[in-house]
Design a protein around this ligand. Structure first.
Ligand code: FAD
Length: 299
């Protein structure tokens, strides 16, 4: 890939060359993107995708709350959806949201409007785009249960409207192709609820989280998916990994399916620690854990 920077299309959004990505993620680790692109809106993003040089790889990130950016950085263009993707419009039971909206903001906006059934989103610190891509969930609900459809741009910038069935959403999985970008979604809530009741449910979720998760730490949320009929944290605990450290990377004492960057951890420390946990769990229980955290970039 030689000199492709000069061949990027003219856009209304912003290109930032050699952009540090650590600040864009909860773990606060990892190298730089060749170019970080913040599109102005969906049309700007579609224009970029249909006109960029074909050989330039594209990676989209949300709030970086389930993401480990490796120390060598990310080649090509990293896309982050900002203000042009943050609208929330409520129409009866239907909640139209931009993919850059934080799940928490959507949940609180719905509370204020008396729209229930989206309370679980309050504790998930990502964006709607990331939630659709990961089929995020908590407290027995997942995005697939409330998603009417997602608007998605394919790698050529063509728009598709995809239902949960088309996205083949299962536990923390969708069939969304790499390079396809969620730009917005319609979620279905239940209008006409009492905001005070919704507020109580939301407060209970937030208190429960605070008690059981290191919600203020530099973490990536659940590191591994729960295997069928098992809890990853129990297997990790049984393998003696609670509190295990490599450099400044540590398995959380509070919730041992969470990894922490205590201060100066590198992405390599965190990934090596995760692999060590996997190895020990396999040794003690015979179960192979699967990463839930998405790893991007060069080691
Ligand atoms: C303290 C804490 C608690 C958490 N609790 C939960 C929980 O209860 N339940 C749960 O499910 N998760 C939880 N998570 C994990 C995380 O918040 C979710 O997976 C979230 O949906 C990720 O969204 P994001 O915007 O941060 O995506 P990122 O972490 O930035 O990216 C994750 C993946 O989504 C892709 N992606 C992001 N935006 C888009 C887009 N617009 N279009 C296409 N692909 C996109 C990225 O390419 C990447 O593959 C937690 C994380 C933390 C730190």
């Amino acid at each position: 890939m030689s000199n492709w920077h000069d061949q990027l299309p003219i856009v209304r959004g912003r290109y930032v060359p050699d952009a540090r990505l650590a600040e864009q993620t909860w773990f606060r680790v990892g190298g730089a993107a060749d170019v970080l692109f913040r599109p102005a809106d969906e049309a700007d993003l579609a224009h970029f995708l249909s006109n960029k040089p074909e050989q330039v790889p594209v990676t989209v990130i949300g709030a970086g709350s389930n993401l480990l950016v490796r120390d060598g950085g990310v080649s090509g263009v990293v896309i982050r959806l900002g203000r042009g993707f943050s609208d929330i419009r409520i129409d009866g039971d239907f909640v139209h949201v931009g993919a850059g909206c934080l799940d928490r903001t959507v949940s609180l906006t719905c509370r204020d409007a008396g729209v229930g059934n989206l309370e679980f989103l309050v504790g998930i610190p990502g964006t709607i785009g990331g939630a659709v891509r990961m089929n995020a969930g908590a407290y027995g609900q997942e995005i697939k249960d409330i998603l009417v459809y997602a608007d998605v741009l394919d790698s050529q910038g063509e728009r598709h409207r995809l239902t949960p069935e088309a996205l083949q959403m299962t536990y923390r999985h969708t069939s969304l192709e790499d390079g396809w970008i969620v730009t917005g979604a319609v979620l279905k809530g239940t209008a006409g609820q009492d905001p005070a009741d919704i507020g109580k449910a939301i407060d209970a979720i937030l208190q429960e989280r605070e008690a059981s998760q290191p919600t203020r730490g530099r973490t990536g949320g659940s590191t591994f998916k729960n295997p069928d009929h098992e809890k990853a944290w129990k297997l990790i605990d049984a393998a003696g990994c609670r509190g295990l450290k490599i450099g400044d990377a540590q398995v959380s004492e509070k919730h041992c399916n969470f990894l922490l960057n205590l201060d100066q951890a590198t992405a390599n420390d965190l990934e090596s620690l995760g692999e060590e946990v996997k190895r020990r769990v396999y040794e003690t229980s015979g179960v192979r854990l699967d990463w839930e955290i998405v790893k991007v970039g060069i080691k």
